[in-house]
Design a protein around this ligand. Structure first.
Ligand SMILES: Cc1cc2nc3c(=O)[nH]c(=O)nc-3n(C[C@H](O)[C@H](O)[C@H](O)COP(=O)(O)O)c2cc1C
Length: 333
């Protein structure tokens, strides 16, 4: 595959416990054009774990990237081959996660301190597969938030064969902050990302962190090649429909009712294969975010579809909630 064929103009961020294959199927119903990323998978899990469980996906989810965590170049190269064989469109290395567990295993944001090791890993990864190898990192760590450091780090990765960088525009605090705090406390510094793009016009620079509104997305796209959005899409998945319309000029959008219908077909198929109802429906809590009926939707989900042993029969009645919500929302137009 041509390494540059996929569009990363808008992507949904990799998020542990959120962007699993069911969530990605759901998101894809609302957007054909965004790039989707898996949750981070540790190299050892991808190599030795239950691959069907950890790495399988539905063809509808594509274009799809596998995000990997690791710092052993042989293992990383092996995961690249596995990802390529399974048909993933990209492999992304996680250089931004600050959690203690991840640091203990020497992957994630602590690798920003080891540019030579990262370059070796990327070189091995690029040589082991034909799909694009991309990196997702922070703009700094602890007391280091310097343009020169970040730029040198990026240049090393570029020389090793990486051409696409997703930059979470805040540094990582490796000691003293929880992963959750690390997503909010260090200040956003979009200017640093813009400067990296300006200095490196031939690299693909994707900006990430705290972006949700269409006008913000449009402004970032004037200075960067793409925008990656995480929490805001998870909380308000139907915002992808607006992104399709405003950014990709897509007109034929699915209504929430149509999204729910398609999801129920998927649910029925998956339940027959042994998937639990709550594993799929838990991702849909925000379908009516900001709309009339949001409370009814959430209540129905939590009363009927969030328990471990939730019954598929209950799913059939959810369309009544959906239809009532659609009527209420139409009535106020
Ligand atoms: C629940 C959760 C899980 C996350 N898991 C990952 C992950 O597996 N890999 C990763 O690179 N970033 C992960 N992140 C960080 C996001 O990819 C993203 O960089 C961050 O949320 C900032 O973007 P946002 O402000 O648009 O949410 C996670 C974030 C959240 C909220």
């Amino acid at each position: 595959m041509d390494r540059n064929i996929i569009s990363r103009k808008i992507s949904v961020a990799p998020m542990m416990d959120c962007t699993d294959r069911h969530d990605r199927f759901f998101l894809r119903l609302m957007s054909k054009n965004v790039m989707l990323y898996s949750e981070m998978v540790a190299t050892k899990s991808a190599i030795h774990g239950d691959r069907k469980k950890i790495l399988s996906y539905s063809p509808e989810e594509k274009p799809l990237a596998l995000q990997v965590g690791g710092s052993d170049k042989k293992e990383l190269a092996e995961v690249c081959k596995i990802a390529e064989d399974l048909g993933y469109d990209e492999i992304n290395i996680n250089l931004g996660c600050p959690s203690k567990k991840v640091q203990k295993n020497m992957f994630g944001a602590c690798l920003m301190k080891e540019p030579d090791l990262v370059a070796e890993c990327i070189n091995e990864m690029v040589n082991s597969c034909k799909i694009p190898v991309t990196a997702k990192t922070r703009i700094g760590f602890d007391d280091t938030e310097e343009f020169d450091y970040l730029n040198r780090f990026i240049l090393k990765m570029k020389n090793a064969g990486c051409k696409t960088f997703i930059l979470h525009a805040r540094k990582a605090i490796l000691k003293g902050l929880s992963p959750k705090q690390n997503l909010n406390i260090p200040k956003l510094n979009y200017g640093m990302v813009y400067k990296i793009k300006k200095e490196n016009p031939n690299l693909e620079i994707i900006i990430n962190g705290g972006i949700s509104k269409i006008n913000e997305i449009k402004d970032h796209l004037k200075l960067c090649d793409g925008v990656m959005i995480g929490r805001s899409v998870y909380q308000n998945p139907y915002s992808l429909v607006e992104i399709e319309k405003e950014i990709f000029n897509t007109e034929n959008k699915l209504t929430r009712e149509e999204v729910a219908e398609r999801l129920l077909e998927y649910l029925e198929k998956e339940v027959k294969l042994g998937t639990k109802v709550n594993h799929i429906m838990r991702h849909t809590v925000g379908l009516y975010h900001g709309k009339i009926g949001s409370k009814n939707w959430k209540r129905y989900l939590s009363d009927n579809m969030m328990a471990r042993n939730s019954d598929f029969e209950k799913a059939k009645h959810i369309m009544t909630i959906v239809q009532n919500n659609e009527k209420s929302n139409l009535a106020i137009l």
